[in-house]
Write a protein that binds this ligand. Structure first.
Ligand code: SF4
Length: 887
């Protein structure tokens, strides 16, 4: 196909293949790749909108030192010289790297080699520590290696899919769609959702278990006990291929039904139904992600799940197995390449002398560390303590995403040398850097990523590198060369790195290690260029097959090749469930459908910003009533670590006593909504993964005198309002804000200053002092510059309609009055809040179609177009059909 580039989506761990068609005007068309085994042509709303995100506005294009443009030579020499000086004065452990599941495998390999093979420290950790380190720890304890045993095809072959701690509908939408499709083809297929919240994923669940936070261990211990009493306990598999099952089962059986009910918050009937489903269905896949991993007992949760699959021998066979799905596009690649502080490259272990010898000899490095380095939380603590003198952060935003984020910001501010490689000109973290290195972005990069089912795919460039931006691997190779290790970084491009990586994976392997892609060690540039997605292992001399599974016949990567059934108790979980302080809530954090991580990419897209354009706090109706919080109020969520102001969203999907706030918003898009500042630095003792879903917080009304909404042609800068949230709209910006002043006491001049509106014309004004409402609109000729709505209550106008007015011509007074009215006239139907980002279909249109008799998601799709492209909004439409309250 001419002008079509085959590449991979840069968002979640599903790892969908995409086809990019470049148009002469510079725009790009994105389609799902029908030949990619992860998605077979499907995409979700984020993948579909990738074309909106490739522009160059607000890109970092040149290196900078202390805020001044610098040459690459100057920047790289400075880094290399300072590193050498710090190593000489304080040793290699005074340097640390904090990298990212966003970077490619080749970048990761270079970072790992520079830190562990040249600098001589293991102080390199990755934001994947926040995402799936507990799964890694659980895999390594049970299997002897970080091996994901199954593959996506198992979802189509299973008769039961257990989704625990995962909102697949929003966080892994294409896997969700695969299950929806599988259910259509196999009416026997049952889905169980285990989640404290009734998320959109509940739409496909035959059973939803609204479990108490951290109640999963008790739930799966109860299941193991049930299995041990049933004829599904596979004594042959357990005897031949596992150790420790007796102890694991004894621990499970020591828990009474009453204790299980109390710790899970589930009824006897709910438990019985789940246990019967699991026991009676041989083909069962248990999918888990952050709800399991992001806990102080995450590793034990993972092992409690794996034990149930080992006890039944349901692992590594078609349609069955435990399945950790990763959050990030290359979290798996980072794990494989040794991006975690406790790993070496190619799934080898720092603490294993034989592995250290293999890697040391292969790299010709005499400096390999012998001890694991600092994991994320300890790493930033060491920065705060002054033990780290140079910190290099790559493609990640810890000032937003790390727990105790305010302390992390203070730590970075105190570090003598902070280097940040990024694609954006401003992020909350980049703004603190002494040296800024411009990296190339998705669309410009070349390399590989690994998805959740061990499938390695190419990301290919279809755009030139802008300005002086360079690949991350190049940044590190250049620093390595300038430190005097040119021969270790003798790479001309990513293909050279991949070949070296493949060769290392096969070095003295002979089946002793799971990760072996030796088949790629001698492949030439052309083969790398045309690489089709393949699942590892890809052992030299064998044919790599798709849908490879591990462990059906044992073959674990422990010394005796047997799995370890880890004895798990609920002791730590009980600590985690300790009684809340008075008037406190448990805070859950997570993703929304159309935003990604800290929004550096998705916030560029107006259509992705339309679905949920503001940070919010989900609260149960009875809690809200008790606190006199109304839907749409601005609320203060706080604890001893910090506070945020977000919009209240009252919902019975969340249990009483719990709150949910999304993780995405940063200081670039909101006044104060970095929710991770409230998450304490509590971590799983085995994996080091932070417990991001169980902070204790209080909630109350934010002190706001009036509420505002504005659409603005120009991006407002340096806002100092007590509350604001900015989102891109098709022709400008939309701003939600709050003022200390009451709405009746403001003037147009005050508003212009507060929102940074530049206009020399008098605004059109509407004032209702009795009701404390005011509205303003500024025009430039026939065009709208800004329109502002203020009230003492949350503003109730049609936001999507008002946002669309920036595109119109407004010459007559009658037309301009419509702008001030804030609702469309009879001739222009009001779409309402956008539900389908692809087809731009709003809530009101779906409600109208429902009123006209459309009673299925497909019928709504036929009538309105909603859900007919990527399908990511289908669960929300289904919910609207079931649930009048949701409207
Ligand atoms: Fe990208 Fe969506 Fe596929 Fe994830 S599910 S890889 S975000 S298209």
């Amino acid at each position: 196909m001419e002008n079509v580039t085959r590449t991979t989506c840069p968002y979640c761990g599903v790892g969908c293949g995409v086809l990019i068609e470049k148009h002469p005007d510079g725009s790009v068309r994105v389609k799902g790749d029908p030949d990619h085994p992860a998605n077979f042509g499907r995409l979700c709303s984020k993948g579909t909108a990738l074309g909106d995100t490739v522009g160059l506005e607000e890109r970092l294009l040149y290196p900078e030192i202390n805020g001044e443009r610098a040459s690459w030579d100057n920047a790289l020499d400075t880094i290399a010289d300072r590193f050498k000086q710090i190593i000489a004065e304080d040793g290699p452990d005074a340097i640390a790297f904090y990298v990212s599941g966003q970077i490619l495998t080749e970048d990761y390999y270079a970072a790992n080699k520079l830190m562990k093979g040249v600098i001589g420290s293991a102080n390199i950790d990755t934001n994947s520590r926040l995402c799936m380190a507990s799964s890694v720890a659980g895999h390594k304890r049970a299997f002897g290696a970080d091996t994901v045993p199954g593959c996506y095809e198992d979802l189509e072959l299973a008769d039961l899919i257990v989704l625990t701690g995962t909102n697949l509908a929003w966080c892994h939408p294409v896997l969700y769609q695969r299950i929806v499709q599988a259910k259509k083809g196999n009416p026997k297929l049952k889905v169980v959702l285990i989640d404290p919240r009734r998320t959109m994923t509940a739409d496909i669940a035959d059973l939803h278990l609204p479990i108490s936070p951290d109640g999963d261990i008790a739930l799966f211990l109860g299941l193991l006990a049930e299995i041990s009493r049933s004829d599904q306990f596979d004594a042959n598999y357990v005897g031949a291929y596992t150790n420790g099952m007796e102890d694991a089962v004894a621990s499970a059986c020591s828990l009474s039904q009453k204790e299980i009910m109390s710790q899970t918050g589930l009824t006897e009937a709910e438990l019985k139904t789940f246990y019967e489903l699991f026991v009676s269905n041989e083909k069962v896949v248990t999918i888990y992600s952050q709800g399991v991993n992001q806990s102080r007992v995450g590793s034990n949760k993972v092992n409690a799940i794996i034990n149930c699959h080992l006890a039944t021998g349901r692992i590594g066979r078609p349609g069955m197995g435990p399945f950790s799905v990763t959050g990030q596009p290359n979290a798996m690649g980072g794990r494989e390449v040794g991006g975690l502080a406790n790993m070496l490259a190619c799934h080898m272990d720092i603490e294993n002398p034989s592995h250290r010898r293999i890697v040391g000899e292969f790299w010709k490095s005499g400096t390999l560390p012998t001890e694991p380095g600092l994991k994320a939380i300890e790493l930033f603590q060491a920065v705060a303590d002054g033990k780290i003198r140079a910190l290099w952060i790559m493609s990640t935003n810890p000032v937003v995403s790390m727990p105790d984020a305010n302390a992390v910001r203070a730590a970075i501010q105190s570090c003598p040398l902070v280097i940040v490689s990024d694609v954006q000109a401003h992020t909350d973290t980049l703004d603190l850097a002494h040296i800024k290195l411009p990296a190339i972005a998705w669309g410009e990069k070349d390399g590989t990523v690994t998805n959740s089912e061990r499938c390695i795919s190419r990301q290919r460039s279809f755009l030139p590198a802008p300005g002086e931006a360079k690949a991350d691997w190049w940044h590190m190779a250049e620093v390595g060369r300038r430190m005097g290790y040119g021969s270790l970084f003798d790479w001309q491009g990513p293909a050279d790195i991949f070949r070296e990586y493949a060769a290392l994976s096969a070095e003295q392997n002979e089946g002793t290690r799971d990760f072996d892609i030796g088949a790629w060690r001698d492949k030439d540039e052309e083969a790398y260029g045309t690489m089709a997605p393949f699942q590892w292992p890809a052992i030299k001399g064998t044919t790599s097959t798709s849908n490879h599974r591990f462990f059906a016949d044992g073959g674990f990567f422990t010394p005796d090749r047997k799995a370890r059934a880890v004895k798990v108790t609920t002791d730590c979980a009980l600590e985690a469930q300790a009684t809340l302080p008075d008037h406190s809530f448990i805070l859950n954090t997570g993703r929304v459908r159309d935003h990604w991580h800290t929004m550096t990419r998705t916030a560029r897209s107006a259509r992705l910003s339309a679905h949920l354009s503001e940070p919010y706090c989900e609260i149960h109706p009875e809690d809200a009533q008790e606190l006199e919080i109304k839907n749409g109020d601005l609320v203060l969520v706080e604890n001893a670590l910090g506070s945020v102001i977000v919009r209240a969203a009252i919902s019975d999907k969340i249990k009483q006593g719990q709150l949910f706030v999304p993780m995405h918003w940063t200081d670039q898009y909101s006044a104060n909504a970095r929710i991770d500042q409230l998450v304490p630095s509590i971590k799983d003792p085995v994996s080091g993964q932070p417990a991001s879903k169980s902070a204790h917080v209080r909630i109350s009304h934010a002190s706001i005198g009036s509420f505002g909404f504005a659409v603005l042609r120009d991006k407002p800068e340096n806002l100092t309002l007590p509350y604001w949230t900015l989102a891109r709209s098709k022709d400008g910006w939309r701003l939600e804000f709050g003022l200390e002043e009451n709405a009746g006491a403001t003037s147009s001049k005050f508003i212009m200053t507060a929102l940074g509106i530049a206009s020399s014309t008098e605004p059109l004004v509407f004032l209702d002092r009795a009701k404390q409402r005011s509205r303003y609109a500024w025009f430039d000729g026939e065009h709208l510059v800004a329109s502002v709505f203020l009230a003492k209550e949350p503003v109730t106008i049609s936001r999507d309609f008002v946002s669309s007015l920036l595109a119109g011509n407004w010459s007559s007074f009658a037309q301009r009055a419509q702008v001030i009215a804030g609702v469309p006239g009879k001739e222009t139907p009001d779409k309402g809040k956008i539900i389908c980002a692809c087809m731009n279909v709003g809530l009101n249109e779906i409600t109208a179609a429902k009123a006209k008799g459309c009673c299925s998601v497909d019928a709504i799709g036929k009538a309105t177009g909603a859900g007919t492209n990527c399908g990511s909004c289908k669960p929300e439409i289904a919910e609207m059909l079931h649930d009048v309250a949701a409207e």
